[in-house]
Design a protein around this ligand. Sequence first.
Ligand code: GDD
Ligand code: MG
Length: 346
Amino acid sequence: MRALILAGGKGTRLRPLTVYTPKPIVPLLNRPFLLYQIEILARAGIKDIVLSLSYQPDKIEDLLGDGSDYGINLRFVTEPNPLGTSGAYKFATDAIRETTIVLNGDILTNVDISEIMTFHNEKRSEATIVLAPVEDPSAYGLVETKKNGKVLRFLEKPKPDDLAGQSVKTINAGIYVLEPDILDLIPKNENSSFEYDIFPEILKQSMRFNGFILNRNYWRDLGNPESYLKAHLDFLDGKVKGFENSVKANADVATAAVVDECSIIGEGSIVKPNARIIRSVLGPGVHVEEKALIENSVIWSHSRISSFAEIRNSILGRSCHIGKNVIVNDGAVLGDKTSLPDYSRA
Ligand code: GDD
Ligand code: MG
């Protein structure tokens, strides 16, 4: 069994954060996001991992190397042009033809992958899809299953009309286990999508297609800034169990500064007296001057927050410069190197 992580999207909804940083390596609690997926795969004994890329592949390869730092064999496959989710799967695994676990590269979950594999094997499925319950399925792929798990319907990005009067709330969580027969449904070197083309085809051909429902696990798509910030806050609130995040960083925090229990301060950061850091994550090398306030926010590396500035419920990219007395408020997302002069309101 090997894994394929689909990481070739452009991350447009996460802009401006993804302008210089490809989505798979956007930091989550100061670690490249992909390492969380690698961690759950490695824990289930899956050491052969292929990363399917098409956008800024060099930056990702440079950072993750051959995977030996993480105890896995990592291989990169870059499409000449984006082939879509199933096209990318075909491109990367056609020559290997073995059972493969496929993950969307932007989902955070602490599910035990071995439970999904057991479910797949017990059902003798040709395709298993992991499902998550959500309040509003419209931004996802809606999946209807029978009580015994058999998939009955797959509808990508359902419209209000499709959702009216029906109670199904389980959506495609972006994790599949696929037998090589599925490859035969996918055209070679053509753009195609699991969601719009291949899942409907699997249903049409009545292949063995079952849904594994997540219930007690954490699951979130990190595809937009609100969700990205929420994932951080969930971690800080202790809602995402099972990952090792307690790397102690060397930071210079003044005794007269207030840093609450849950906040994370990156390596080499400096927090001056009477600054307050509440429920936030600071990347490496961040400078927070006296009496600045950072609350419910994520600040990427090497940004500087000047005195009396206040940042709430916001995300700041790398190397931003926030002047004195600036107020950055709810939902602001500042791209790398943003500079806000003293007294600005954003
Ligand atoms: N290699 C490659 N090539 N990867 C791609 C391509 C491509 O052409 N297009 C998209 N991807 C990758 C993205 O990088 C991402 O990791 C994953 O495929 C899914 O694409 P998104 O753009 O994030 O899709 P979405 O979030 O709108 O919807 C998908 O995920 C939902 C769950 O988060 C669908 O699979 C939905 O059905 C699902 O509910
Ligand atoms: Mg997504």
